[in-house]
Write a protein that binds this ligand. Sequence first.
Ligand code: HEC
Length: 270
Amino acid sequence: MRKSIWIVLILLVTACGPAVETAVSSATSDSAESAAAPGMGRMGMGGMGGGMMARHQAPVPEEYAGMTNPVPADEESLARGAEVYGRLCATCHGDGGMGDGPSAVNLDPAPAPIAHTSQMLGDDYLFWRVTEGGHDFETAMPSWEAALDEQERWDVINYVQALGSGAVVPGQMMGGAMFDPAAEAAQQAEMLAQGVEQGVITQEQADTFATVHGEMDGWMVANSDTMQGSMGQMQQTILDDLVAAGSITQEQADAFNTVHDLLMAAGLMQ
Ligand code: HEC
């Protein structure tokens, strides 16, 4: 009797091998969902990001999923977006969109560095978050559904993305830093160094992660007009694309996921 239970168990585990792995890597979006449950807003991934990672892993709700920005990011849209941004967003997100406006001081979680994060998130995710604000996550991010019509929301999304790509010069009203890719790279290097130092990952894993991350950044720049979903939803698509294009190997893609999960579990990932 006992023996047969063990055999069944072993068979199950063997058969579920790949499924278990998938479950582990998608566990992040599960916890993002539970983070959205009432009273559990602070669960998330912990760590330095105040749960930002959990929000970035959350699946985009059905009514927004698949939306793409219908407003071209031309001069007019950027001008309208700049006006909205300066009037309604800069006080928290800062002139440069790095989350460091004067009203950010007492907010926990802090306003997101949207100039940067908007480069890595789908239009549908951004439209959802601007429309509904922090409602699902119990954060101070206001909902703009009533104050801004749809075009104004897309205009301001165009503007925020342009802040991050360097296509516009930030205003000078609220102060704050500009998105600086070099600073971002330094921060990532620091995170990996900490991971190695704490024995969470090996140096080789850190190097592979940095290489793959660089390729992913390139992919996001090249595909910025068609990106959809949260980072959690996009990660595997991007990796698969890069493997198919021969930019990275399947082993590198797998290693990236492993390191990603390890760093997240250790609370090192922002
Ligand atoms: C009262 C302060 C405040 C104001 C004003 C504000 N935000 Fe936010 N915003 C936040 C906070 C705090 C977060 C981080 C928590 C979250 O994602 O819910 C955030 C997050 C976001 C995100 C999600 C980014 C990500 O990486 O997940 C977007 C997009 C965003 N804000 C856009 C805007 C826009 C556009 C405006 C102006 C129309 C605006 N915000 C005004 C506080 C603010």
